[in-house]
Every structure is written in C-alpha cells, then in structure tokens.
Design a protein around this ligand. Structure first.
Ligand code: ACO
Length: 306
C-alpha cells in the first residue's frame, strides 16, 4: 500500500496533572509512578470533549498539509472515549470543519491500537478517495476511577491527526492482529450489565505481559533494522525497555514522550510522531516503525517512509 503523510497536528489540553497532583487525590507518590511507569505528568481536559481535541488536531494537520478542509474526502476518528455513542466523533469533526460535500466519516474503536487499525483502513480507502484525515483522540480522564491507583495514574487526554494521500513513492507495510481477551484483563464497561460509572479496569501485570509480547511480535514482523526510529504506543517505559532488552535493540532507537503525556491510547502514537518530528529526530524520507497494543486484545505495526 502506498501513501504519504502530508500533514500532522496534535492537541493537548492546557491543564497539566503531575504525579504530585495525583498524590493529593489517592495514596500514591511521584517516586512510585516514575519508577514503575516512567510517567511524570499528563494532560486532563477541564471543559473539552474528544471531538473538541480531535477538531483542533484536525485543523492543524490540514493546515500543515497546505490543504483546505474541503480537500478532505474521508474522516476517521480512532477513539474508545467518544462524546456520544452516536453521532460519531468523526461526524462531529466534519460538522466542526463545516464540511457538507460528499465524503465519509466514521469512528474506529481499537483502544490503544486504534490508530494503527485506522491507518490500515485509511490506506485501503485511498484506492478510491484522495485525502484521508485520520485522527486518534481520547478524553480518558472522564473514565478514570480515582480509587483505583494502579490504573488512574497511567492515562492522559489528547489528540493527534494526520492527512494521508495516495503516493506511489511511499510504501507502507502494516499488520493488525486481534486476540480474544479471554480473562477480561483490560476493559471499560458500556451500557450493558450494570449501571456503574463507565471506568477502565485492568489486570496490570497480565496487560504488562501481553504488551511486551505484542510489541516484540509487531516489531519482529517488520524489517526493523532498516528503520530510523521506533515509535511504540506510549504506555509504560518499563514495557518498552523490556522489549528493547529482549530484542537487543538499543533503547535510543525507541522514541518516548510518555513522561510528559502518559498513555493517551489511540492518540499516543501520533502525538509522539509529531513531537519526534518537531524535535528533529525524524526528517522527510526517514523510515519509522509505529507499533502498538491495546484492549481487545489487539496489536498493530506499521513501517513507512515519512
Ligand atoms: N502508587 C503506589 N503504590 C501502588 C500504586 C500507585 N499508583 N499502584 C499500585 N501500587 C502498589 C500495589 O498496591 C502493590 O502493593 P502491595 O505489594 O502492597 O500489594 C504494589 O504497588 C505493586 O503493585 P503491582 O500491581 O504489582 O505493580 P506493578 O509493578 O505491576 O505496576 C502497573 C503496576 C504500573 C499498572 C503495571 O502493571 C503496568 O504498567 N501494566 C501495564 C498497564 C498498561 O500498559 N495499560 C495500558 C493498556 S493499553 C489500552 O488499550 C487501554
């Protein structure tokens, strides 16, 4: 599949919540969170929803691509924290961008692998559509149970967007896999079963084990030695250093910004990609390997040239 990322944008809410701030809400501390996860702070919304963050990132990506919103033919929003069950966040972004021309807009729920699942769908759609706006956006803070200290410390809010266009000079290798979560190690409840507040629940050590295996598989499925930088899903620096050690890939080859933003699920890889480009760690024509894992359980991996 051939395509090129021609624009990229991100949105992070203004409010920064440090580990110290969390220690005022629950029995935790900066030392524990930093040493077990690598996370120092995350961003939480105050009065925004997922569609608001998605729209800001979308506008930035379209402007970076030097296009106008009218040039977009498809909007895909990857999220497990939509404003509403319907309309989709993608339809809300379409409305916010004032788009009324013939186009497609829909959401993908692939949790933390969402962006890579959306990417594979977008690449397929580029056979029949010109420009695809692919967004990962999450407001996870509204789903956190602040009495569950091992889960609440991990997540943050944010959005990242790319504009993709068909381009024969840029090859994408991409895979996505799904494995049933037989023991329900990672889930967020919906409308069935009970009237509990919707929260994320997780068996941390089982998810950790799955994450190391999934990231390793995803990296090994690609020609990883040819890439300039690996952008893994930003869940936990210990997961990433474990993979680095077991595959004997130097840790410097893995980009990490989770210390500043935490785990932003479907937005995580795009936010990291944009930051790596901004910091000059990636430049045009560099090869990047994006790899993620998430609820489902799922794993995705993509190797492509910028
Ligand atoms: N502060 C202080 N102590 C804590 C905290 C906290 N925030 N959380 C747990 N502890 C305590 C536990 O109660 C336990 O205490 P005990 O020994 O007295 O019982 C001790 O710390 C050790 O707890 P563990 O759960 O064994 O800690 P672990 O080293 O496994 O780290 C963690 C937990 C960080 C959750 C880790 O398992 C992890 O990162 N797992 C992967 C999670 C992940 O990546 N999730 C994202 C999923 S992606 C998606 O699709 C949504």
């Amino acid at each position: 599949m051939s395509a090129k990322i021609i624009g990229i944008g991100t949105a992070l809410p203004e409010k920064i919540v440090t580990n110290h701030d969390l220690s005022n809400l629950m029995d935790t501390n900066d030392e524990w969170i930093t040493s077990r996860t690598g996370i120092k702070q995350r961003h939480f919304v105050t009065n925004q929803n997922t569609s608001d963050l998605a729209t800001i990132a979308a506008k930035q990506a379209i402007s970076d691509a030097k296009l106008s919103p009218q040039d977009i033919d498809v909007i895909i929003v990857c999220t497990f924290t939509p404003d509403n069950f319907t309309p989709s966040v993608a339809s809300m972004v379409q409305k916010n961008l004032g788009l009324t021309h013939n186009m497609m807009a829909f959401d993908v729920n692939g949790a933390c692998s969402g962006f890579l699942i959306g990417l594979e769908i977008a690449l397929g759609l580029l056979n029949t559509h010109k420009n695809c706006l692919l967004i990962g956006a999450e407001v996870i803070s509204k789903m956190l149970d602040f009495t569950d200290r091992s889960t609440a410390i991990l997540f943050g809010d944010g959005a990242g967007a790319v504009v993709l266009t068909a381009d024969k000079s840029r090859e994408f290798n991409i895979i996505n896999r799904a494995y049933p979560d037989i023991d329900s190690v990672l889930y967020a409840n919906g409308i069935n079963g009970d009237n509990e507040k919707q929260t994320i629940k997780m068996n941390g050590s089982e998810v950790f084990r799955f994450a190391v295996k999934a990231l390793s598989e995803g990296i090994q499925a690609m020609d990883y030695e040819s890439c300039d930088l690996i952008i893994p899903h930003q869940a936990n620096s210990r997961i990433i250093s474990n993979v680095s050690r077991s595959l004997k890939i130097p840790i410097e080859k893995f980009y990490m910004n989770l210390d500043q933003v935490g785990n932003t699920s479907a937005a995580s890889i795009v936010i990291a990609l944009k930051q790596a480009i901004t910091e000059g760690k990636l430049k045009p024509k560099d090869k990047v390997l994006c790899v993620g894992f998430g609820a489902g359980l799922t794993m995705g991996s993509a190797l492509f040239e910028l």
